[in-house]
Design a protein around this ligand. Structure first.
Ligand SMILES: Nc1nc2c(ncn2[C@@H]2O[C@H](COP(=O)(O)OP(=O)(O)OP(=O)(O)O)[C@@H](O)[C@H]2O)c(=O)[nH]1
Ligand SMILES: [Mg+2]
Length: 435
């Protein structure tokens, strides 16, 4: 128990959720998303507590009276952890922990905790550790047990273990140094991985790249699976996916696309996390087309669209072509809000990644985008050169044919992206006549 007080995880812990609604804000979502996040992290939510706030209390965020009421509820519900929907300053966390006699986490720490349990690849693990250290750095007094694992010191309550020593100033100073050393190591290691990843992404530039983005739990992985049989994990949990998956997809003859699934977005994504996940989101930055999956069955759909667009512009994708997808249309109870959305965003495609509804139309629209970079080439090749002709017939649409005794001149409509492959086959002449 004493040990868990100092960790930033919430697995199997009894949690009280607290949301302060600031005057002038949009009123929040009744802690529905925080509940889903807490459960996703493995906590058991035993109580919820909301307060309308005129101003933020500097030392405890919520007012003194409310804090005391909260302390009473901590006792009554035997809570281990209090999770705030708002982001708290380190000083506020310390003060609240003192008054409430329980562990206090804010929304960003909760999200980081989920990320820490979900990270699969080495890159994702390092990125999460870096984000956790950077976010938690000013909160050092609370993270003794995390430092144990970082520095390789033994965890546990044995005398002298870091986890049981008081947060004395001297100890704090040593730990700060350990943390900044570890942060440097992580940055260095990640820089190497990022470079490799970047090279890998650049190596794909001959392909038309489509990247699936969207709010967490919107159905991105389900869509990737529905289109490509990728067999990626999709589940009703926030942040089921942390690592990017890329699959080759052939939606029509001669059209080869690379389709990537990415980590979900969430409102107020901790800044450090966006920073450290930039390499993962590099897929989106390099994509030719983004598919923005929107869960239209979620009552917070408008806010979620906004959050995603905000992160997209933060990572430099603001001007990229986007195809918006209204997903989960099979699950909506009231068509009213969907109709409003469709009026506002007439270009969007209504789909159900689960039942397959609308996927044919989606396929057509993606191919249209692909063909946006379509060209017509005039190619001369010897009649005996079967390779060039079969390539053109497989990858393009023949729009003109002229034969001589020994050569054939073909006019072919095809994707610009296939030009390098055609050049590699060395036809006698090759000329772009349109596009
Ligand atoms: N009813 C319905 N459920 C869907 C649809 N698409 C996805 N889901 C469900 O929504 C949940 C989340 O789906 P995922 O594909 O994991 O969502 P995601 O966007 O990849 O989520 P993260 O990776 O967590 O960000 C799962 O329980 C899916 O079965 C749909 O079209 N209709
Ligand atoms: Mg997913």
């Amino acid at each position: 128990m004493e040990n868990s007080r100092h960790t930033l995880t919430v697995r199997k812990e009894r949690a009280i959720l607290v949301g302060a609604i600031l005057r002038g804000s949009d009123g929040g979502d009744d802690l529905a998303e925080l509940t889903a996040l807490a459960e996703s992290a493995g906590a058991v939510v035993v109580d919820r507590f909301q307060q309308k706030l005129r101003t933020i209390h500097p030392s405890t965020y919520i007012g003194k009276g409310k804090t005391l009421q909260l302390a009473e509820r901590v006792q009554r519900f035997k809570a281990d952890v209090i999770i705030f929907d708002n982001n708290l300053s380190p000083a506020q966390v310390r003060e609240l922990e003192k008054i409430l006699a329980a562990k206090v986490l804010d929304r960003s720490e909760l999200i980081l905790d989920i990320f820490a349990t979900r990270a699969q690849t080495k890159q994702a693990k390092l990125q999460v550790e870096l984000a956790q250290l950077e976010y938690t750095y000013p909160r050092l007094a609370r993270m003794w047990s995390h430092l144990d694992t970082v520095t390789g010191a033994s965890a546990g309550p044995s005398a002298g273990a870091i986890g049981t020593r008081g947060p004395g100033e001297q100890q704090l100073e040593i730990d700060r140094r350990l943390v900044s050393k570890r942060i440097n190591e992580l940055r260095h290691e990640l820089a190497g991985i990022d470079l490799r990843k970047l090279r890998e992404i650049k190596g794909r530039k001959d392909f038309f790249q489509v990247c699936i983005v969207g709010y967490t739990n919107a159905g991105k992985s389900t869509l990737l699976n529905a289109l490509t049989d990728a067999g990626v994990l999709a589940e009703d949990r926030l942040f089921a996916t942390l690592d990017t998956r890329t699959r080759k997809w052939t939606p029509a003859r001669g059209v080869e696309i690379l389709l990537s699934d990415t980590v979900g977005f969430v409102r107020n994504l901790p800044h450090q996390l966006v920073e450290s996940f930039k390499a993962t989101l590099e897929e989106a930055v390099n994509a030719d087309l983004l598919l923005h999956v929107i869960d239209v069955a979620n009552p917070e759909v408008m806010g979620q669209i906004e959050s995603v667009n905000q992160v997209l512009s933060e990572i430099g994708c603001g001007a990229k072509p986007v195809l918006e997808l209204f997903n989960k249309v099979d699950a909506i109870k009231d068509v009213g809000p969907l109709e409003t959305l469709q009026t506002l965003r007439p270009e969007a495609v209504a789909i159900s990644a689960k039942t397959g509804l609308g996927l044919d139309e989606l396929r057509r629209k993606i191919i249209q985008h692909y063909k946006g970079c379509e060209i017509v080439v005039r190619v001369t090749s010897r009649l005996s050169d079967g390779k060039v002709q079969s390539f053109l017939r497989a990858h393009g649409e023949i729009v003109g044919e002229q034969y001589t005794d020994s050569t054939v001149v073909l006019d072919v409509r095809m994707g610009q992206r296939q030009l390098p492959d055609l050049e590699r086959l060395r036809p006698d002449t090759l000329e772009v006549i349109q596009g």
